[in-house]
Design a protein. Structure first.
Lengths: 321, 412, 283
């Protein structure tokens, strides 16, 4: 609808006074500097972690009673038990085996169950089922780890003992492993599901068009097509399980032994750190600083796994245009 | 050989329809079995959650009373233990954590998403920061606890170590140091202002200026057996000490007491927790900013807005619901984290109030649960379960707020 | 509108080179005061891909100039270089000259913020902000000008009237802009663009996402707006170009093939390629 008579210019445009942009440029630059500083803080945090771990564990490794060779190959760890530094043994393998036992059991539970739940959610589930299952998984993911540790002592350990007529210790690696597995399951499931949903439906249609059953389509077409995301999810879950602290501190026990028996007590790296922190009377001794040596081992392992997961995702990420 | 004369392969001519049908039936049956396997395994999660909630509810419901929220932990009378200080402590720690993590995290996300680099150097910096954040997200929370211990609690020993009731570290304001003396009136003490910093005890022989409970200063009278009977009035006795009495150090802290290093304070715990949830907030905020349609940014830039003006007036308002949801969920994670707080503050749960000053230690709910759950007595096991119920209720409330915010976005 | 302007010496001396392979180019040039934007030897790249090849053209003042051509011929790229919108595309760079009078648009030292105030843009898909109608139009003025409340209200009303959408929105200025229909949203975007008082309005296929009646409304609007602004419109719709524009430029594969008065270009094109395109034999 064209106006019937020409409009006069409003005062604002008659004035033609515009804000100077040089002041604006300065303000803009200040904002960018502030935001970049925020970004650099994260770099600072990583640097801080590394500096802290290296300097504090140096207090341990520089002691004359400690040899790096014994640390890496020894099979006894008595940091908490030995009051006398001469008798203390500092071999990392008992703690590593404890962590390994708990983590492997956790992965045995989380990976297959998580992947199959993800397949179900992405390929088979109706929206109604999704609306029940997804919130359930989100709730499990949001449960604090102390609660899961308590659940392990309350339900899992007694059940294991009842099922096997007492073959399991009260504190054992399996209960902790099961609880950690429950912890990691939602993570595996949601990351795998994301990877599978990113596979275009054209691939699925092609498979069905060739006469594949739903099983064959999901397992032989979709999962391989989403493989890099799924592998990356597995690695992240593994890394999370290794770093888990509260569940093992409550349920796994405090005896560090280099065994592979899942029914026994086991002390993981994280559990040891908690124990050593709790025993405040040992502050400043070489035994105390051994916790930093354990921490740097832990950090190296998890950092390495995260980097590996990222490299796999970057290099092998499928892109469907 | 032309196309028409290539003979058909045997696989095509020797087709057995019966075998093909049997093969198809077998595969379909296998597929059905796999489907039911999927259903069974998916329901495992639901069953596990149900078992968890029910078992904890059964174990703890007997302890759910108003006493739980009003009392504090008691070693002598476990039946009377409560978690009030822990709830307050968690609140203080979370507020401190949010104040530190939200500006830093959202600022970093804005920097990474809105200010895309043009030069090669800046692009390297961007991808380095991005990679770094992804790695930090995978670091175990206990390592952050150790970092907090060195950086916030001890501050690398730069300011000295903390000693209780003695001047230590670099105290900026809010504290007064005294010597504490017993007066002749049983149960009443007199404070004498401390003048020499390193002297931890003082012996009073002659009259000295002292301060009573209300802060009024007066001259302390000394008394010994030789000089006569004790003063008869209560007030006089409250102002008299035995000659030669020795007083020890005592410090009075105002609520705004501030000291470096932080020592085992809720500030240190809050800042450490903010390190833990920082990557979570950054990643969630980045997602939210990424979901803003680029055409809106183009429109703003086309009108002559600078990048920051575009971010402030267009991108941030549009991404705000997503950012808020991410922040609330990150706070939920922070409330439930026990490992870093354990490292920074220790596992002691004997405190019976919230923090009294800025540098005071606290007990948080997950640490309390950890402490109680580690004790073999049934009482504590039930108390732990009850405390878990309270914690889960708090988290449920928080998540409901997040879901409400998310839904409000999708249907404004 | 059927007189062919001649090429003057003055304009040749402004170093406008002939486009290779098109010797009998009808590059119409006007005298200095009626040409607003001068483009000389412009080559534009996205990374290594060259989207525009050594293009020279002059956009006349206070007229509607249409850019037509098949997909991928570089017309949108050229349009977006005029207000440096391509700055936000990583890897986009250009060589040559692109000036508006004394203002060197391509120079990195140019203040892009005030350039974009002088050269406004309307996009293909209407993109009002998720704010109220009033706030959408007031967005630019609030950034660039210091106004009191009554001046701002006056400016918003004027812009909405000028964009022929005032009658439809005057009672709901505080309601969300996203509640308007597609055609109304696009007119709102036009109001938003003219609220900052530009000299040039760039329109990148403004009607392609709209229904015919909205399209007609916007074409009527362009007719009104041409008195005050210089309009450059990119369009796929040849009928629209022939209806609305004074001059038309036909591009093909990043090169300017022909530029002239619209009526003549559509009835008696000088190049076979132009003729084939306007007769619909390709594109």
């Amino acid at each position: 609808m064209p106006p019937t008579q020409p409009l006069g210019l409003p005062r604002a445009l008659q004035k033609r006074e515009f804000r100077s942009t040089s002041a604006g440029e300065f303000r803009e630059r200040c904002v960018v500097v502030f935001l970049a500083a925020c970004g650099l803080t994260t770099v600072l945090i990583t640097a801080g972690i590394m500096v802290m771990l290296i300097t504090q564990s140096w207090n341990f490794f520089s002691s004359e009673f400690v040899s790096p060779r014994e640390f890496l190959t020894g099979s006894e760890w008595t940091a908490l038990q030995s009051k006398d530094l001469k008798d203390a043994k500092f071999g990392i393998w008992p703690l590593l085996s404890g962590t390994l036992r708990v983590t492997v059991i956790a992965m045995v539970i989380a990976l297959p169950l998580g992947l199959i739940t993800a397949i179900y959610l992405s390929e088979f589930a109706s929206p109604r089922i999704r609306s029940v299952l997804k919130p359930t998984l989100e709730i499990i993911a949001g449960i604090p780890t102390v609660v899961l540790g308590y659940f392990a002592i309350l339900v899992i350990s007694p059940s294991l003992q009842w099922l096997t007529a007492g073959a399991f210790d009260t504190f054992n690696a399996t209960s902790a492993g099961i609880a950690v597995g429950i912890l990691c399951l939602p993570m595996v499931c949601s990351l795998s599901e994301d990877a599978m949903r990113a596979v275009p439906s054209a691939l699925r249609e092609g498979a069905y068009g060739l006469g594949c059953t739903p099983f064959e389509t999901s397992v032989k077409v979709v999962v391989p097509a989403a493989l890099s995301g799924i592998v990356s999810a597995f690695l992240l879950a593994f890394s999370r399980a290794i770093g888990e602290t509260m569940v093992v501190a409550l349920a796994a026990g405090t005896r560090a032994t280099a065994t592979l028996d899942p029914r026994q007590q086991s002390q993981t790296m994280t559990g040891f750190i908690v124990e050593m922190i709790k025993s405040e009377n040992e502050y400043g001794t070489v035994q105390y600083f051994s916790l930093y040596a354990v921490a740097i081992t832990l950090f190296t392992i998890t950092f390495g796994m995260t980097l590996l997961g990222q490299m796999i995702r970057r290099r092998y990420q499928e892109s469907y245009q | 050989m032309s196309q028409a004369t290539i003979p058909l392969p045997k696989a095509m001519t020797a087709q057995d329809p019966a075998a093909a049908a049997a093969n198809a039936r077998k595969r379909k049956r296998f597929s059905r079995a796999f489907y039911w396997l999927c259903v069974a395994i998916a329901s495992v999660s639901v069953v596990v959650l149900a078992v968890l909630l029910v078992s904890i509810g059964v174990q703890g419901h007997s302890r759910l009373s108003s006493d739980l929220i009003q009392h504090s932990h008691s070693e002598l009378e476990p039946e009377q233990s409560g978690m009030r200080p822990a709830v307050i402590g968690s609140l203080f720690v979370c507020v401190c954590c949010a104040t530190a993590a939200l500006p830093l995290g959202i600022g970093t996300a804005i920097f990474l998403e809105e200010f895309k680099p043009k030069s090669k150097v800046l692009r390297l910096l961007h991808s380095f920061i991005q990679l770094n954040i992804a790695n930090l997200a995978g670091v175990p929370s206990i390592v952050f606890g150790l970092l907090g211990l060195s950086v916030f609690v001890h501050m690398f020993g730069v300011f000295g170590t903390i000693q209780v009731n003695k001047p230590s570290g670099w105290e900026l304001f809010g504290v007064e140091h005294y010597y504490q003396l017993l007066s002749l009136e049983p149960g009443q003490t007199i404070l004498v202002p401390q003048t020499v910093v390193n002297q931890t005890t003082i012996k009073i022989d002659g009259p000295v200026e002292g301060i009573d409970a209300d802060g009024n200063s007066f001259m302390i009278q000394t008394w010994d057996r030789k000089s006569g009977p004790k003063p008869d009035t209560r007030e006089a006795r409250m102002r008299t000490i035995k000659a030669g009495a020795v007083g020890g150090s005592y410090s009075k802290h105002a609520w705004y007491y501030f000291r470096l290093p932080f020592g085992k304070s809720f500030l240190a715990a809050g800042l450490t927790l903010s390190l833990v949830i920082l990557p979570v907030i950054i990643i969630a905020s980045q997602e939210a900013l990424r979901s803003v349609s680029p055409s809106l940014r183009e429109a703003s830039l086309g009108l002559g807005a600078t990048q920051w003006q575009t971010t402030r007036d267009v991108s941030l308002p549009a991404a705000l619901p997503g950012i808020m949801t991410g922040a609330i969920l990150a706070m939920g994670r922070a409330i439930g984290e026990a490992a870093p707080v354990l490292v920074v503050l220790g596992a002691a749960v004997a405190k019976n109030t919230g923090p009294e000053n800025l540098m005071d230690s606290v007990v948080t709910m997950p640490v309390l649960i950890f402490n109680w759950a580690g004790r073999p007595q049934d009482v504590y096991q039930q108390l732990a379960a009850a405390a878990i119920i309270v914690l889960l209720v708090v988290l449920l409330a928080l998540n409901s707020v997040a879901i409400y915010v998310r839904q409000k976005v999708q249907s404004p | 509108m059927s007189v062919e302007p001649t090429i003057s010496d003055a304009s040749i001396s402004r170093a406008i080179q002939p486009v290779t392979g098109n010797e009998s180019n009808s590059r119409e040039t006007a005298t200095a005061s009626t040409s607003l934007i001068q483009i000389g030897n412009l080559s534009a790249y996205y990374g290594d891909f060259q989207a525009i090849h050594s293009l020279s053209i002059e956009i006349p003042r206070n007229k509607v100039t249409a850019f037509i051509g098949p997909s991928g011929c570089g017309k949108s790229t050229l349009l977006r270089w005029i207000n440096r919108m391509n700055d936000i595309v990583p890897g986009a760079h250009a060589t040559g000259t692109l000036t508006m009078g004394d203002l060197d648009i391509l120079s990195p030292a140019t203040d892009v913020v005030s350039l974009r105030r002088k050269v406004g843009i309307v996009f293909q898909k209407p993109n009002p902000f998720p704010k109220s109608i009033f706030d959408n139009v007031a967005f630019g003025p609030r950034l660039h000008m210091r106004l009191n409340k009554s001046e701002l209200n006056e400016l918003v009303e004027w812009s909405l009237r000028k964009a022929a959408v005032w009658e439809e929105v005057k009672d709901r200025l505080q309601k969300p802009a996203l509640g308007l229909s597609g055609g109304q949203q696009q007119r709102l975007c036009i109001a938003r663009a003219i609220a900052v008082g530009p000299e040039v309005l760039l329109m990148d296929e403004p009607c392609s996402a709209l229904d015919p009646s909205s399209t007609l409304a916007i074409e009527d609007l362009m007719d009104e707006l041409r008195n005050q602004y210089t309009i450059v419109i990119v369009t796929h719709n040849m009928q629209q170009a022939s209806r609305c524009s004074d001059k038309t430029a036909f591009f093909f594969e990043g090169k300017l093939v022909e530029f002239g008065e619209t009526e003549r270009l559509f009835t008696k094109p000088k190049h076979k390629q132009t003729e084939d395109y306007v007769r619909g034999r390709f594109g």
